[in-house]
Write a protein that binds this ligand. Sequence first.
Ligand code: ADP
Length: 464
Amino acid sequence: MKKKINVLIIAAILGLIALSVIQGYLINNTYKLKKDAFISETRKSVSKIDDFSPALDSLTDFWRENFLEKLADYKIGVAKKNDVVDGLEFVIDSINDTYRKEYQKELVKKNIPYGIKFHKKVKAVIVLDSVQNDTLFDTLKAPKQIIIGDLIEEENAIRISTTSWETEHTSNRVINDVNQEVSFYLLFLTEDEIDIAGWKNIVFKQMLGLLLLSLLIFAFVIGLLYYSIKSLITQKKIADIKTDFVNNITHELKTPLATLTLATKMLKNDNVKQQHQLMDNTVSTIERQNKRLQKLIDQVLNNSLGYSEISLQKETIDIESYVNTVLDDFLLSVTNKNVTVNRTFNIEKQNITLDKFYTTTALLNILENAVKYNTEPVVISCSIESKNELKIKISDNGIGISEKNQKLIFEKFFRAGNKEVHDVKGLGLGLYYTNQIVKAHGGSIKLDSKPEKGSSFTLTIPFN
Ligand code: ADP
């Protein structure tokens, strides 16, 4: 059964791990989908902003015109490659602030509720020729980038489009005092990139409901598993207790029944019938065993009572003479063993009100245990203090109780699992019942014990 529970716990843990992995995978996929949807929506809203804005359009025309004229100079050998690229950078720098402001104005018009940075990155500038193309700028080889718009950190840049500007341009130049046309084909490649401020937070917010729901479901499943396993362990404990109890009671019933069988057989014997003394002895043996059986049955029936079900018949007694009588009677019942009881009385209040019958049962349970869980000579100390409340302390020099078992000792059917206890008869009900009796009197029991040193039980009962 224990093995089965362990297998179940391991299976449950593995199941939970598998569930978390699947859930993590699904959440990650949802995150990617949401992110893609959000970016594509933003891309749709900002695409072509620069094409449809007259202000941005005229700024673009301005730098393009300027650049084409510089390129014409290059074509006739008046300017070098570097001059063209530097010139392009210079003209872009000169208009960049205005370009950025105009772009932001367009974004405001579009009512986009989050901050966006935008730029065009020049990828390549190539003069096309049927013989050999002339690359003026290539972003992969260039030491720095040419950018129109905002500065965006590379890891935050989201590419929204690549555009190519192909044009045929003709300019007039005076060469050797002759006015000539300079024509060329140009390929200008750019890449548009944006940076959306706090896009991770925006996507996270969109997923918050889903995340909370999955966390809740997860917590619910864990709770359910925890509850099921806990109930299973409790059920197993109850089943173990029941099995122990059945074993113990069978063990307890066997001896008196065997003696009764033997005694009845003897009564049938003619020899015994003729010997009065033997007959009397056999009958008292039957009587004793009968009483023992009755006591066992009573113990089982009574001990199922909780303290609230015990109805006390209180009477006022002289505490000193009452305890002395209980101890004397107890000593009479253990004459076959070497038992000494030391008594100490510290009495201020002599007359106490309590239920004599139940209190006697409670005290006898503790006294009997002091002998049962002990080796001879048994030395019991009983000290009574009657000042503000009644304190009865019974100590023994027995096998003692481990710290772990001290917490369980007053539970129904509990018996320590060690060999010394196993060899002694018992149902594990005595201390449970004692505790219920003391509780019914409004009192409490304290246990101090050390294995192999002995135990002491202190019963505290308030006056009234
Ligand atoms: P039972 O004696 O029938 O087993 P009890 O409820 O009286 O039931 O005691 C419960 C358990 O507590 C015992 O089985 C034993 O392990 C332990 N115990 C009780 N009293 C003592 C004691 N004086 N010394 C050592 N162990 C004790």
